[in-house]
Design a protein around this ligand. Structure first.
Ligand SMILES: NC(=O)c1ccc[n+]([C@@H]2O[C@H](COP(=O)([O-])OP(=O)(O)OC[C@H]3O[C@@H](n4cnc5c(N)ncnc54)[C@H](OP(=O)(O)O)[C@@H]3O)[C@@H](O)[C@H]2O)c1
Length: 307
């Protein structure tokens, strides 16, 4: 059979965006906003042959973003779910341009608990949400947890499930009650800071290998705004408050959060460790009712609350 002389190869199809490429683009948006917060709001980004994303001219780009409105346009075929990744993470990436940007996450049961009565919480939510947590860690300068989370979980707080740098790890331990043997204070995975009250410091600069950040406070409870300010003085502007419920609730109550991701998993834990606990209100009109968007993460539902 003779070849058909009129046959022409199809122009090469632009490569579809998969989750890996989408994440590379999102990280590039976050890096750009952090590095040049005052640059013109319209960003165009492309992927290089190595899979790394960078700013480019708009003709060749695969992502256009308006940093003021958060609107975006994908210029590559994007299979189902990929556009939702941009919808979920772009507000966190774009927030990096602010002098201080604080976001939190809580993963809870249908009955509002984040752990069982013995403190077991690994894992209340499903694998998609755990991956989501690692992505949020990769989008912050510092991940902040309360002392009880370190006591119960002995966590590493790294980004090991996704591409991205480990953030600085911060533990709020006002009276320095945690053992210096906890992993965070011993391993070299990332810098660790311990925020404590000035009285607990007793002339020391370190807790294990972690550095102490002592805050003057007339009370055992430290003001979330003072924590944010102390970290910001160290160049840590994008803060991810990862838990537990007590710590996130204090930040929320003090109006020190810009966004809260609250993931609900279809499980009942019975009375355990509660998620968000705020002072009682009498009238429904006094309720805090943030604008919220909903996302499916496997079996779980994530509420992204703008505060
Ligand atoms: N599902 C999830 O999303 C999730 C996430 C993280 C942890 N967890 C689980 O949740 C449990 C721990 O959570 P939790 O709510 O009980 O405690 P937590 O928030 O981890 O730690 C609370 C403690 O941290 C210190 N702290 C936090 N903010 C402070 C502030 N502004 N000023 C002074 N001290 C402050 C206090 O230490 P003192 O007690 O010394 O005053 C406070 O009691 C663990 O079981 C963990 O496994 C679940």
């Amino acid at each position: 059979m003779q070849p058909d002389s009129s046959w022409q190869p199809l122009p090469s199809e632009p490569e579809a965006l998969d989750e890996v490429r989408a994440w590379s683009l999102l990280r590039a948006v976050a890096r750009q906003r952090r590095a040049e917060p005052r640059r013109a709001p319209r960003l165009s980004l492309a992927l290089g042959a190595d899979g790394e994303a960078q700013l480019t001219s708009s003709e060749t780009c695969c992502l256009l973003v308006d940093a003021d409105t958060g609107e975006f346009e994908l210029r590559r075929p994007a299979p189902g779910g990929i556009a939702r990744l941009f919808e979920l993470y772009l507000p966190v990436c774009l927030g990096q341009a602010r002098p201080s940007f604080v976001f939190a996450h809580i993963g809870q049961s249908l009955d509002g608990q984040i752990a069982t009565s013995t403190g077991e919480s690994q894992y209340v939510t499903g694998p998609e949400n755990i991956r989501h947590l690692h992505r949020l860690r990769a989008l912050c300068d510092a991940v902040v947890v309360g002392a009880s989370t370190v006591e119960s979980d002995d966590p590493q707080l790294t980004t090991r499930l996704v591409p991205g740098e480990n953030p600085v790890r911060v533990v709020i331990d006002p009276a320095l009650r945690l053992s210096e043997e906890r992993k965070l204070f011993r391993d070299a995975a990332a810098t660790t800071l311990v925020v404590c009250g000035a009285a607990a410091r007793r002339g020391r600069d370190r807790h294990g290998q972690a550095e102490l950040v002592a805050l003057d406070s007339s009370t055992h409870e430290l003001s979330p705004a003072a924590v944010v300010e102390a970290l910001s003085r160290r160049g840590l502007r994008a803060l991810f408050i990862e838990g537990g419920g007590v710590t996130v609730s204090r930040f929320l109550h003090a109006r020190a959060l810009d966004r809260l991701h609250l993931t609900v998993s279809p499980v009942f834990l019975g009375q355990g460790r509660p998620g968000i606990v705020l002072p009682a209100i009498g009238e429904l009109t006094s309720a805090l009712r943030p604008s919220a968007r909903r996302f499916s993460l496997g079996e779980d539902v994530l509420f992204d609350c703008a505060l």
